[in-house]
Design a protein around this ligand. Structure first.
Ligand SMILES: Nc1ncnc2c1ncn2[C@@H]1O[C@H](COP(=O)(O)OP(=O)(O)OP(=O)(O)O)[C@@H](O)[C@H]1O
Ligand SMILES: [Mg+2]
Length: 452
């Protein structure tokens, strides 16, 4: 965060004060969001995640107790956003109370411009250091204890499949929309494999500039190119004996595809700047939400490379097709976020559960996780209501289902159920909530192939 690009939420019910602060802070290069009442402060703090909040203590004209400010402050602390209180001149006791309750600093109104700007700058740089520290801690934290929810028939089928294939060295290609759990599944395959005690190295292909690809994957020797000031170990070496996860594999530049193909076929490569051939033994797991077959048709992706990657293809269905997972995932996230924000245990009301199941989840599990995080932060009782989920009605499933001949819709649903269960009739029948025989009759009627 560059402190001068930081976003500041100015929370004060007085229009003139907000305007004065806006003019002062925008001139310094900050971006400003405003809120003129307590509710708006919480909503904007949650949705727009400002880097700092300037908070007035009284939001109703006839109060001067500062209690409103203190109440908001206690809720805001959960967001981990630095708060600077704005107190009326002479109300130092109130400022102290605020500091004891977690405010980071205070400024008296009317403010001295220079002093205010200094306090803001200081708080932003403190919080940047804190963020970096947290990021570092996360990096060091053992991350192999992430919960893995799988209750739906389609996820149970995937679970069964990966238990079977994880111990083999077969390359796996994971397909699925954004946020369906591709990265987590890749880690799970590694953990269930015999390589579990060796490294799992993830590389996001979309995040590497084309000119650095080779050095990233294969490493380089000092002096191999102008900026190569030191030797660098490549990902293939780091992952040796373990698993290498290529995320967003569709972004691999065409020029590098033959080199990757060679490593996959022969286990051999050269470090940039060296003529010595290295060998590597990695299990490759890749993932994408792109249509690789189409990329092949457009000559953006080599067919022979695709054949190497897709020994086994696992398609994770979107969350809207895994209704039985939704509640379990949501409850899991509630536990996680209540712990993170030190909140007492919360539960979902029945109308909230219904609403979660009717939502289309374009962002899949990641969107669900964000929705629950927000609801946990906004919860005022021990139950989360449908309203607190703040879900967009435009994204409910019923709106998405197009009108079409009933028989056509029936056929589509059956085909879908068979695809996501990998053709397991019993599981597909469960998904459709009909008997096995009823499903057999319909498979025959529509001429859909199945294994008997
Ligand atoms: N089965 C699951 N059980 C519990 N949590 C899950 C599950 N699948 C995914 N998650 C969580 O959902 C979030 C998104 O998952 P992940 O990052 O693996 O998705 P992705 O498909 O790789 O997304 P992207 O396409 O953006 O790379 C993560 O926080 C992950 O921990
Ligand atoms: Mg991912």
């Amino acid at each position: 965060m560059n402190s001068n690009k930081a976003t500041i939420l100015v929370a004060d019910d007085d229009d003139d004060i907000r305007l004065a602060l806006e003019l002062l802070l925008m001139a310094e290069g900050y971006q400003i969001i405003e809120a003129d009442n307590a509710k708006d402060v919480m909503i904007k703090a949650t949705h727009q995640q400002p880097d700092l909040i300037l908070l007035d203590m009284n939001f109703s004209r006839d109060t001067t107790s500062g209690q409103e400010g203190l109440d908001i402050l206690s809720q805001l602390k959960l967001h981990n956003i630095p708060v600077i209180l704005m107190t009326a001149w002479g109300s130092i006791e109130l400022a102290v109370k605020g500091l004891q309750q977690g405010a980071n600093d205070f400024i008296e109104k009317p403010w001295n411009k220079l002093k205010l700007l200094n306090i803001i700058k200081q708080q932003l740089s403190f919080s940047r250091i804190k963020d970096e520290h947290q990021g570092y801690r996360q990096l060091l934290a053992q991350e192999d204890n992430k919960p893995w929810v799988c209750e739906s028939a389609s996820m149970l089928a995937i679970e069964q499949l990966i238990k079977q294939i994880a111990p083999t060295d077969a390359n796996v290609l994971i397909l699925g929309e954004n946020g369906t759990g591709k990265s987590l599944l890749a880690e799970r395959i590694h953990q269930l494999s015999s390589r579990q005690s060796s490294p799992f190295i993830a590389v996001n292909m979309a995040a590497i500039p084309e000119s650095l690809f080779e050095s990233e994957l294969f490493g380089h020797q000092k002096g191999a190119f102008t900026d190569a000031k030191q030797n660098r170990v490549g990902r293939f070496q780091l992952a040796n004996q373990g698993s290498l996860f290529f995320d967003e594999i569709g972004s691999l530049p065409l020029s590098l595809q033959p080199k990757l193909l060679r490593v996959l076929e022969a286990g051999q490569y050269e470090v940039l700047g060296s003529s010595q051939t290295q060998t590597t033994n990695v299990r490759l797991i890749s993932a994408t939400n792109a249509d690789l077959n189409q990329l092949v048709a457009e000559k953006e992706f080599r067919q022979d490379l695709l054949y190497r990657l897709n020994t086994l293809v696992i398609t994770i269905p979107p969350l809207r097709e895994r209704l039985e997972d939704i509640q379990a995932l949501a409850e899991n996230f509630i536990v996680q976020f209540c712990a993170k924000y030190h909140k007492a245990r919360l539960s979902l009301s029945q109308d909230a559960i219904d609403k979660l199941k009717r939502h289309r989840w374009p962002g899949n599990i990641r969107e669900l996780s964000h929705t629950i995080e927000r609801a946990v932060l906004l919860a005022v009782s021990n139950k989360i209501s449908a309203q607190q989920l703040l879900l967009d009605i435009a994204d409910t499933v019923s709106n998405a289902l197009e009108l079409q001949p009933l028989e056509q819709a029936e056929r589509q649903l059956i085909e879908k159920a068979m695809t996501v269960t990998f053709g397991q009739v019993i599981e597909a029948a469960k998904l459709l909530d009909i008997s096995r025989n009823a499903l057999y009759r319909r498979l025959e009627k529509f001429g859909i192939k199945y294994e008997s």
